[in-house]
Design a protein. Structure first.
Length: 138
């Protein structure tokens, strides 16, 4: 089976590089591109040469929600997982409405990130279990 091809976009270099190193340990997933802002992510994403994208929710030039909307309208095959520090209902709802297939909080474990990538690649949704708590408590 071919590895799942992903792109990662996050404006925090240390987090992005750490995520790439962590994910690259899994032989079933291959990081094929990275971006440090929303504009770069859009330019890579529009080509669609990947299976899953992990986009930070807040980046310069275009945020993750804008990317989901714009890329989904251009290519219905795109499967995007939003990464966020913000445990905010409104951000999460906006991402879901925009078409995100998953939401992960940045404190997710490596295992959870891999699980999310695999599920989203298989056309399933994946939302961090913390998201259930966020909505349950409001």
């Amino acid at each position: 089976m071919d590895p799942i091809k992903i792109i990662i976009a996050d404006d925090h270099d240390f987090y992005r590089q750490s995520l790439i190193r962590t994910i690259s340990r899994n032989k079933s997933i291959r990081v094929i591109a990275e971006a440090c802002n929303g504009e770069e992510a859009y330019n890579i994403g529009i080509k669609g040469n990947f299976d899953v994208a992990l986009f930070d929710i807040k980046m310069p030039f275009k945020n993750g929600i804008e990317l989901v909307k714009e890329l989904s309208s251009k290519n219905s095959r795109i499967k995007i997982i939003i990464l966020t520090f913000y445990k905010d209902q409104e951000y999460c709802l906006q991402a879901i409405k925009a078409g995100a297939k998953g939401i992960l909080f940045k404190n997710s474990t490596a295992e959870e990130i891999v699980t999310a990538i695999e599920k989203v690649n298989n056309n399933e949704f994946y939302f961090s279990p913390e998201l259930n708590e966020l909505f349950k408590n409001s």
